[in-house]
Design a protein around this ligand. Sequence first.
Ligand code: ACO
Length: 168
Amino acid sequence: MMAVAHPKLGLRPFLPADALVLREIFRDSIEDLTADDYTSAQQEAWASAADDGAEFGKKLAGQLTLVATLEGSPVGFASLEGKEKIDMLYVHPAATGQGVGAMLVDALEKLAGGRGVARLRVDASDNARGFFEKRGYVAQQRNTVSVGDEWLANTTMQKQLAAKREAS
Ligand code: ACO
């Protein structure tokens, strides 16, 4: 039998019907998990990216988006923009600390590595920086991005992948 870290955890590609629940996860995650590093005005500006539900769903569908499930229900998601940038990574506050984020990023790294991509980049929020450091991402530069009326700081981080090429 295969070793499974958490037998109730699952992973699958994004489906259009997931958009609404992922929007809730996105908002709850920002609201509950990022207050140590961002002001409430910054959190609101950040979360407002999902105000237009149709637009948010379109963004998820347009990227390589993976959904993590716990007993079948979505509890987190991550997306790859283009070939080598992790764009989104959000875990529901009630489901953190169980390896959901690690499972999602691990899957994106394997997918990218399997396609022969040499490195992955991420503009990591300040609260997620430790998570990415733990996974071998190295800080490249600090950024300040304009979101609505607010300025939010993040850090561009990069990880070298051991790209696997299958012999055919
Ligand atoms: N700092 C240091 N270590 C951390 C942090 C942190 N902030 N968060 C998790 N870890 C560690 C865990 O302790 C764990 O360590 P272990 O392997 O020794 O047990 C390891 O990282 C993996 O943790 P998970 O349980 O897989 O992470 P989790 O499911 O809790 O998700 C995440 C982490 C995604 C950062 C979550 O807290 C979250 O959604 N935060 C708010 C949203 C956010 O900021 N997302 C990233 C924005 S940047 C972007 O989207 C690319």
